[in-house]
Ligand binder design. Structure first.
Ligand SMILES: Nc1ncnc2c1ncn2[C@@H]1O[C@H](COP(=O)(O)OP(=O)(O)O)[C@@H](O)[C@H]1O
Ligand SMILES: [Mg+2]
Length: 390
């Protein structure tokens, strides 16, 4: 590991650096401000501040900007990431100068599907059968060996289903590989999904670790649509998911908040899909429905404070508000169907323009039972022309 977890406690008014300028950093900044900490965000994108506007300060420069690096490391007492695709070399350079949580190594594993899969396999965590592919011949071999439908995924920079394609056993490997146009990829068995779960874990520098109640996740067009907590799955399966997620955090010697995404197949097998080395979209409900939010936990770990409770206060559903709901890129929908629902709360990320598939905000719905919450969500979604899964 590059960075030793620091034992010192950062006092309020300390400045914490965040690499990445999206909504996760924004929600972290809002929690940090509430607790009296300062946030400096380095967005990694030239010019645009966007959701990072909630930080006390923002550096709107690309990650290869040397002056930005100097300004960042000279201004902050410790650093974290809100986005996993930060160049590894930059993470190592930051970690040489200050505590970085999570570590450069943990992020480097999770940002690269090949390293991630090999790590999971080596540590004995159950996952879908896979092969590493780097040319048409290895793709042909992988298709033959797995023998059923597969999903080909780029090793790097994939998100929200981007950089993925379903492959059939008899497809022409030369054509597929030429079209896919990536140096390395993971070919993965296509799982017959019964459901998808995710578990958030918080772990501090001393190894204290807690998991949250698993979320039951529904995707539309490969993008998270709804997270339901508590998940409507057998208790034993949920306990197993929490145990595996904590095991993954321990194997990574992880510091901070992370999420493990799981597949449950039609025979009830629990498989690790992927690991997010940061707060996660399926954990946004923790802001409104848990003892301590995932963003506050991240701040607490980076600041060397005791980790907080992970208990669920009330059943909750999180609904991702994508740009598709916007009548025009800068024209907001009428949120009344959400705002008029008792127990519902609206979170918007301050993005200047909506685009289809872009995560613009989320809404959380809380009630006494999951059934009641789902009925409220379904009713509000009808007004936006969206179906709701059973
Ligand atoms: N091997 C698989 N079998 C079945 N469905 C899959 C598989 N891999 C991905 N998916 C579906 O695609 C979604 C996105 O894939 P994922 O690997 O999590 O990538 P990302 O979230 O980075 O886009 C998953 O949540 C799942 O719904
Ligand atoms: Mg995923």
């Amino acid at each position: 590991m590059n960075s030793e977890p620091h034992s010192s406690i950062l006092s309020p008014n300390s400045t914490i650096g965040v690499l990445g300028g999206g909504q996760l950093g924004r929600m972290l900044a809002l929690e940090a401000r509430r607790m009296g900490y300062r946030i400096l965000t380095w967005t990694g994108v030239d010019g645009e501040i966007g959701p990072a506007a909630m930080a006390d300060e923002a550096i709107a420069k690309s990650f290869d900007d040397e002056a930005a690096f100097v300004a960042f490391v000279e201004s902050v007492a410790a650093a974290t990431v809100e986005f996993e695709n930060i160049p590894r070399i930059l993470l190592e350079q930051v970690a040489d100068r200050m505590p970085l949580m999570p570590s450069a190594e943990a992020v480097a594993i999770c940002q690269h599907r090949e390293r991630e899969k090999l790590f999971l396999e080596k540590k004995g965590f159950p996952c879908a059968d896979f092969r590493i592919v780097d040319d048409a011949a290895s793709l042909r071999e992988g298709l033959d060996e797995i023998g059923s439908d597969t999903i080909l995924k780029t090793a790097e920079f994939g998100y929200d289903g981007k950089g993925q394609r379903v492959t059939r056993p008899n497809e022409d490997a030369e054509t597929v590989w030429a079209e896919f146009d990536t140096p390395r990829a993971v070919l993965e068995e296509k799982i017959a999904l019964a459901s998808e779960l995710s578990v958030l874990v918080v772990r501090d520098g001393a190894g204290n670790c807690r998991s949250y109640d698993p979320a039951e996740n529904f995707h539309r067009n490969h993008i998270l649509d709804l997270s339901i907590v508590p998940a409507r799955q057998p208790e034993a399966l949920l306990a197993e998911a929490r145990e595996v997620a904590i095991g993954v955090a321990e194997a990574l010697e992880y510091t901070g908040v992370m999420a493990v995404e799981f597949f449950v197949d039609t025979s009830g097998r629990l498989l690790v899909n992927e690991i997010a080395p940061r707060p996660h979209n399926s954990g946004h409900h923790t802001l409104d429905a848990c003892e301590c939010s995932q963003f506050e936990q991240q701040l607490r770990v980076v600041a060397g404070l005791p980790i907080g409770g992970t208990g669920l206060l009330r059943p909750v559903v999180m609904w991702n508000l994508l740009g598709d709901l916007w009548p025009a890129p800068t024209q907001f929908p009428d949120w009344s169907p959400i705002l008029e629902t008792p127990g519902a709360r609206l979170h918007l990320y301050g993005k200047a323009e909506a685009r289809p598939g872009r995560k613009m905000g989320h809404a959380t719905f809380l009630a006494e039972t999951v059934e009641e919450v789902l009925a409220q969500v379904a009713k509000a979604r009808v007004a936006f022309g969206l179906p709701t899964p059973e």
